[in-house]
Design a protein around this ligand. Sequence first.
Ligand code: COA
Length: 259
Amino acid sequence: MRPLAETCGIYLLGPQHLPRLQEYARDPAIAATTRVPHPFPADGAAAFLAQVEIERAARTGQVFAIEDRGAFVGVVGLHGVRGGGGEIGYWIGRPHWGCGYATFGVTWLLPYCFQNCGLDRVGAHALETNVASLRVLEKLGFVRGEPGPHGQAKWPASVLQVPFTLTAPQWRAQRDAPALALLHPTLRTLLDRELAAGNEVKAAGRGWPDADSVVVTLRERFRAMPSPLPEGVEYDEPNDPHGWRAELRLQVPRQLLVW
Ligand SMILES: CC(C)(COP(=O)(O)OP(=O)(O)OC[C@H]1O[C@@H](n2cnc3c(N)ncnc32)[C@H](O)[C@@H]1OP(=O)(O)O)[C@@H](O)C(=O)NCCC(=O)NCCS
């Protein structure tokens, strides 16, 4: 089985997804843990897309279809965007449960929320009995809040709903952690000086040009460059309009702090 990253993607929900969306959303297993109604109306999928288009136009929400090898498997969306926050929701067609699709879809929705929309935080809610959904959110670093009432007539009041939140700094820290863990101690010291001086990591990538290469992009110009520079570190100003203005470069391993 090929990894999902090679075969799977998220695409703006459109009319081409409606037949499968209608088929999967009719399943009572979807309504059992979401606000999707059951019985699902005959025009439910079309009505859902019409609602999504209203949210798109108002810039308060967006829904993506999760596809694997071109086949619709489920949806993931952002709703209720205002004041720097929004709420995510998702469901996967029952034949495709347990394959990692929800994790994949939410993983790819998060850059949309934090980078494209510039949100400060996203929330999510899952019933305390919805173990698979709780697991998806916890795996992706969402922070669990105090369970409370769900306010839905279709579920017993004794079942509580768990709120989750993920902030933009938490998401960035998690995204950058694998690359930062590989940073050579010499550059780590320089990075720590920058952070102590109020600079911030904008992004951190790894694996290019060498397997042990790391490129850490800072949000602002260097604030705490020592003089002289530590042995093995060189300063340069490539001023590349497609890249970065200045870099602190370690030759072995080939790693960079840039802004
Ligand atoms: C909840 C739902 C979205 C999960 O989708 P999915 O694609 O199957 O989820 P994933 O495969 O990405 O991950 C599920 C995780 O839960 C775990 N899991 C699933 N069922 C579980 C159970 N009964 N007990 C413990 N863990 C369970 C899986 O092992 C996996 O964790 P892992 O990667 O650590 O092994 C899907 O079941 C669904 O659509 N349910 C109905 C609608 C819904 O509840 N939507 C969410 C509303 S908050």
